[in-house]
Design a protein around this ligand. Structure first.
Ligand code: ZN
Length: 425
């Protein structure tokens, strides 16, 4: 591996460091503490952040003075610099968009009506099953680079549009191949329990047995995923089936997470002892589950892109969760059916306008708490010495502009493990 040259970002108008004495995910009032440094600089070397502070401190640094000629210097010209976004919930392995579903929904059909008529998740299966691994890998790689253009430097990627042993392994191999061609960090999740595929219709338990007894062992053996996910909801899998999948995942030393409460409320007491890394969507949560959730390290990952794209008037009640002390993250839920956006700034904008999160809360939820949701908080999600040098630079002089300007991409540069991508003009 060639040594990554040192990079010094100078003249940063606002450096959102998110450094904190808090150990653990950010909750309550701590969620809005961005620890901004004005007129700042960041020094990166060997792929890590060496120092982050005021510009004056950086230029006085003896090592910087001595090595200035060998340091790549980036003049940020007063712009905002953030830790790279951590998009902790995406479904990038699919063959094409679902345009028929899109039009049906415009004409009034609901998500569940479309699924019952053979659309929805099941309609993406054929494309993935027929596609070669390399075709899928190329699409996934292109998606990762597109996400990076919007400021994302770490992401989670799920399988779940194959739902046969062969096509799920192929999907996870495509993620692994794409991750190898992208400089950012990728965490893989096996989502065999996405829906019951047509060939198992009416035999949900048999499919769950297949997931637990064949698919999870094969995924674990090949080390193709760090997490196992389940779509636990009306029309997908029950809480009891979710427990079975979690049990199998735990036996194979894989972490667990679940889609919960998107369409209907499920009580969480039966799964929290598995210590899921995250429970995602959470549009419907019972009040009685909030204290246990707030006590746990489980992150509630909110994905308002899905509510927006499905045309729902209702969004997850972020304020209720935050005020109860639940740690919340934000993610895109990038997928062809319900959230075809790979833009974290768009997710932040929706969080502010529809979920009444403050810009500061949205930024923390999309960085440090996303890192917690992926088990990466020791390395990602804040700008602190010793962490990975993952940064995003925005065409803005105030961090509140990031969710403010919606529908346009104002990320001008990313630094990923100390390497720059993009150019400041
Ligand atoms: Zn999802």
């Amino acid at each position: 591996m060639p040594k990554t040259p040192a990079v010094l970002l100078v003249n940063i108008g606002e450096l959102v460091t998110l450094r904190s004495a808090v150990r653990g995910p950010r909750r309550g009032r701590d969620l809005s503490d961005l620890a901004i440094v004005k007129d700042a600089a960041v020094l990166c070397a060997g792929g890590k952040i060496v120092s982050a502070g005021t510009g004056k401190e950086a230029v006085r640094d003896r090592w910087v003075k001595k090595n200035r000629k060998n340091i790549i210097e980036i003049d940020c010209r007063g712009r905002v610099v953030l830790p790279g976004f951590v998009d902790s919930h995406t479904h990038p392995v699919f063959a094409g968009p679902r345009l028929v579903d899109f039009e049906k929904r415009i004409l009034g059909a609901t998500y569940e009506e479309i699924a019952q008529a053979g659309g929805g998740i099941r309609s993406s299966l054929e494309g993935v099953r027929k596609s070669s691994r390399s075709v899928l890998a190329n699409k996934v790689r292109d998606t990762f680079f597109e996400m990076q253009k919007h400021g994302t430097t770490t992401l989670e990627a799920k399988s779940g549009y194959g739902l046969t042993l062969e096509s799920e392994l192929k999907s996870l191999e495509a993620i692994r191949a794409a991750a190898g061609q992208w400089p950012g960090t990728v965490i893989s999740t096996f989502l065999g329990a996405h829906v019951v595929p047509a060939e198992f219709r009416g035999r949900s338990q048999e499919y769950v047995d297949h997931v637990c007894q064949s698919m999870i062992p094969a995924v674990a053996k090949r080390k193709l995923a760090q997490f196992v996910d389940v779509f636990c909801d009306r029309g997908a899998f029950s809480m009891e089936e979710t427990r079975q999948v979690f049990e199998s995942a735990s036996q194979h030393e894989l972490g667990v997470r679940a889609h919960v409460g998107q369409l209907s409320e499920s009580r969480l007491q039966g799964i929290l002892h598995f210590q899921p890394a995250s429970l995602d969507h959470m549009d419907f949560v019972n009040d009685a589950d909030l204290p246990a959730l707030a006590q746990s390290k489980t992150i509630a990952t909110l994905v308002p892109g899905a509510n927006y794209f499905l045309g729902l008037g209702r969004y997850p009640d972020a304020r209720r969760l935050i005020e109860a002390g639940v740690a919340v993250a934000l993610a895109t839920d990038f997928n062809p059916g319900s959230s075809p956006t790979l833009s974290m700034p768009m997710a932040l904008s929706l969080a502010c306008t529809h979920m009444k999160m403050s810009p500061a809360e949205a930024i923390a939820a999309a960085t440090i708490n996303g890192a917690w949701a992926l088990g990466l908080a020791q390395r990602k999600g804040s700008v602190e010495a010793g962490k990975d040098a993952d940064l995003s630079i925005f065409e803005a002089t105030d961090h509140r502009e990031i969710p403010y300007w919606f529908g346009v991409n104002r990320c001008v540069l990313t630094v990923v493990t100390g390497m720059c991508s993009g150019a400041i003009t």
